[in-house]
Ligand binder design. Structure first.
Ligand SMILES: [Zn+2]
Length: 138
């Protein structure tokens, strides 16, 4: 299986995922980042992030995913693009305080449209203890 390693690989993958799964192709910047940049110190090796900003939409993937099979990286990209299509929901508690639900039911249901959803989720679970230098299982 070919690996996704460069920014150009990511851009190609993003274009493919958007054309295949989404009604509109959005203008999104995509790049690799380090897990430390992405998780505020929480140990979650496959951290990915996306955000909308007045300057544009951004997706950053943990560079540890460079060792993952292409369908896993594709899933991470799909998941982040989906965030731009299904809005997070603000919930108000009885005491008036609020919190955000970033994966509301509509999001969770839409995720199953991704053809390798189950295999990608399984791969991430079984490889989550990888340290930076290890080679991933296929
Ligand atoms: Zn998410």
């Amino acid at each position: 299986m070919t690996k996704t390693r460069t920014t150009a690989d990511l851009k190609r993958l993003l274009a493919h995922v958007q054309r295949r799964y989404f009604p509109r192709v959005l203008n999104i910047h995509i790049s690799w980042g380090t897990p430390e940049q992405l998780t505020d110190g929480i140990d979650w090796p496959w951290a990915v992030s996306s955000w909308a900003h007045p300057d544009g939409r951004f997706i950053v993937l943990s560079d540890r995913l460079k060792r993952a099979p292409r369908y896993v990286v594709m899933y991470a990209v799909f998941h982040e693009v989906l965030h731009f299509h299904v809005a997070s929901r603000k919930v108000t508690r009885r005491d008036g305080t609020t919190y955000w639900v970033h994966h509301p039911r509509a999001f969770v249901l839409a995720e199953h449209a991704f053809e390798y959803f189950k295999s990608a989720a399984r791969w991430m679970r079984s490889n989550e203890n990888l340290s930076a230098g290890d080679e991933a299982a296929a």
